[in-house]
Write a protein that binds this ligand. Structure first.
Ligand code: GLN
Length: 495
């Protein structure tokens, strides 16, 4: 059978069980696709030996007739996850040469369920960015292009390698992480599904930390059903992460009935932003109609503190990052600068960090240390934390009033050209996260669903935001939207 790499997780699961093909064959098809995908720069470390061993083991397990759904499914892993013995650099020069002695809980859960690792995926350095242009490995290219144009577009960020790889069928699915939108925005830019679960649903152990109170890992997949299957395998309570929550992990796929009759879907007034492109407004209105036709009740809601979310995020995330990144000092991990005669320990720290961190990471560390410094702490950091509590209360109020899910655009535009925003004021880039950061600040689950194409043939996504811990219900609403939208387009294979 050809083109096995184009399968979904659910399609491959069923085919593997019927004996239509083996995991070894499926894995080989992905490795071949990866071999031809250099132009996308999505995979940055390939692990064919691991893939061969894991796929052979998966076939043996499937033959016993008792294998989990993810058994034999080839995946790409974002470089932010520590994978034992395999380079795990968070796309930063400062972690050059770092091969962890341990495996992150999320990836371990996936391997325990029989999934297969193809390699590590490119990303923005330390997951800071919205365009995958801050990576030490270079830019990732979006497999999608504007109609009639060969201009290279961003796949979004920070999980840009994951998004490109899934969209281009280099793997069946990939892991991503989302601190302010890094799963949902790249998913929207590449026509795939991205789920950020409730804060605490998955363990952060072994995932290189950016902003610990916001970071969550989640699946990036070709369909909502695949997101449900992979989410179940990734989630667990973990004693090694004190913020992972001790709550049963349901069978999320079983929640996909497609029946959303009587569900209340909120449309927040504050997400109608000034200057939002007409095509995004149109998509949002169409998505609202789709849910209504599927039997949902549409209600207009207000989330009054939305306009403070981006400023609060860009205080809290850099504050936590400056603290988390203090450990990269040239002593314990990765890169250490060459020192001159007479240099002391401060010189070693300064030179190592100046050489090892890219400019966006340095900017965040500077902002973070500033907002945490004596004299400014109350004015910035504490105020941002108070704003965060108000943003969360906005959502609590809406859910208490009976709203089941909230529908918004996922991004304020379609994928933009490489270089188009990176040379501009960094704030312009930060505006990409306007619809997604609120969800991280409130700790809620959010999913991006491909819903249409813009006038230039580029994918656009809508975001659904759910109640905490109710990913199953959220996935079911997303499934209804996906079914109604019937998005089947794929990028044409130019690479
Ligand atoms: N783009 C946002 C940032 O740069 C979000 C990143 C993320 O979710 N990791 O901080």
């Amino acid at each position: 059978m050809t083109d096995l790499n184009k399968l979904t997780i659910s399609g491959a699961r069923d085919g593997l069980r019927k004996g239509d093909f083996t995991s070894v064959e499926l894995t080989e098809a992905c490795l071949t696709a990866i071999g031809k995908s250099g132009a996308l720069n999505a995979f940055v470390h390939n692990t064919p030996e691991i893939a061969h061993a894991q796929s052979a083991a998966a076939d043996a397990r499937i033959a016993t007739g008792d294998a989990p759904d993810m058994c034999g499914i080839p995946l790409g892993i974002k470089d932010l996850f520590c994978t034992k013995g395999v380079p795990s650099q968070a796309a930063s020069a400062i972690l050059a040469g770092f091969k962890p002695e341990y495996e992150s809980t999320v990836t371990q859960n996936l391997w325990d369920s029989g999934a297969v690792m193809l390699g590590k995926l490119n990303m923005d350095e330390f997951a800071m960015g919205s365009s995958n242009e801050t990576s030490v490995y270079g830019d990732v290219i979006n497999p999608w292009r504007r109609e009639g144009s060969a201009a290279a577009l961003t796949p979004g960020g920070s999980s840009g390698g994951s998004a490109s790889a899934v969209s281009a069928d280099l793997c069946l699915a990939a892991t991503g992480t989302d601190t302010g939108g890094s799963i949902r925005q790249p998913a929207a830019f590449t026509g795939i599904v991205g789920l950020k679960p409730t804060y605490g649903r998955v363990s952060r152990w072994g995932v290189v930390a950016f902003a610990s109170s916001l970071d969550q890992a989640g699946p990036m997949t070709k369909t909502v059903r695949d997101a449900a299957i992979m989410m179940e395998a990734m989630a667990s309570h973990d004693a090694k992460d004190s913020t992972s929550y001790d709550i049963p992990v349901p069978n999320f796929e079983a929640a996909l009935t497609g029946d959303i009759k009587g569900k209340k879907i909120g449309i927040p007034a504050e997400y109608h932003m000034d200057g939002m492109p007409a095509e995004i407004e149109k998509l949002w209105a169409e998505g609202t109609e789709m849910l209504k036709s599927a039997g949902a009740e549409i209600v207009n809601i207000s989330l009054p503190h939305t306009k403070y979310a981006l400023p609060a995020y860009y205080v809290i995330a850099p504050a936590e990052a400056s603290s988390n990144l203090a450990r990269y000092d040239g002593v314990r991990y990765g890169h250490r600068a060459k020192l001159a005669a007479g240099d002391g320990i401060d010189d070693m720290y300064e030179k190592t960090r100046a050489e090892g961190f890219g400019s966006e990471v340095q900017r965040r560390v500077m902002i973070g240390t500033y907002v945490l410094s004596a004299g400014f702490y109350d004015a910035y950091y504490n105020r941002a934390r108070r704003v965060r509590a108000l943003i969360k209360r906005d959502f609590d109020d809406v859910f208490a009033a009976g709203v089941d899910a909230i529908l918004t655009p996922a991004t304020p535009s379609a994928a933009f050209g490489l270089g188009e925003m990176s040379d501009a004021d960094p704030v312009k880039m930060y505006l990409n996260d306007v619809f997604t950061v609120t969800v991280n600040l409130a700790g809620l689950p959010g999913i991006s669903v491909p819903t249409g194409l813009n006038s230039e043939g580029l994918p656009l996504g809508l975001q659904l935001i759910g109640r905490p811990w109710e990913e199953g219900d959220l996935l079911n609403t997303a499934y209804a939207l996906e079914t109604a939208a019937g998005f089947v387009s794929k990028p044409n294979n130019w690479w």
